[in-house]
Design a protein around this ligand. Sequence first.
Ligand code: 13P
Length: 274
Amino acid sequence: MKNNLFCRILADAQKSSSAVAAINILNHLTVCAVVKAAEQAGRPVILQPSVGTVRRYGVEALYHMINVSKRNARVPVALHLDHCMDIALAKACIRTGWDSVMVDFSALPFEENVARTREVVLYAHRYGVAVEGEIGIIAGVEDGIVQDAACPASFVETVAYVEQTGIDAVAPAIGTAHGLYTGIPKLNFTLVRELGRRYVPVVVHGGTGLPKEGFLKLIQCGAAKINISTALKQVYLGAARKALAEESIAPLTFDQAVEAACMSAMEAFIRLFA
Ligand code: 13P
């Protein structure tokens, strides 16, 4: 998959011992904010709408809206589908020309997870599209789906999952959680280090709320892609509330204020992972 943009971005991150930020954009405004943030930082970025966002706008409409920004960007920008359990939807993204998809059958027994992931991999690779898969269960709320209990991934099962599915990037459950942390997360740095850069690139989910040192250690251990979703939503809504509190604000001024806040917050993550 040397010619696939998602794979190239992750391979470059591995080579330079850095990680790429993968951000769950919500609409056109956040696409512009994240692409500008990446350009400011001079770093590639992955735009990864959640399934809810894809259903809201449609596979094709989102593809075309983002493709304009991708084409005009001064840095590499990949379009990736996040956490998809719907094989038909993942295949629609693949046919439409998205760079990559993440399928998540991690709540199913190992053999079932492998079989479904493998089905998407075989389909995606025919179109030159990359696939990320999850092993072990990452706790928290993502796209309205609640996973109460985390189920940590082991080295042996992660390697078996990678080898049996042929995926291009792996998201093992390492103790991070989607959404906000209630305590200090206990991260399995050992697993990230063991997987390191020897297998396919390692993806960290649940980036929001991790401390700076946690990010830096994960990258040092070999993490190549770090997902950020909740932080963008929080900044977006916070900036929107602030802008609306102004006596009379024009819609375009409102958009600019929200975009600027999102851009600066996301630029900080992109630069931190560099
Ligand atoms: P956060 O919402 O915790 O940033 O997690 C994002 C994520 O992992 C999306 O898949």
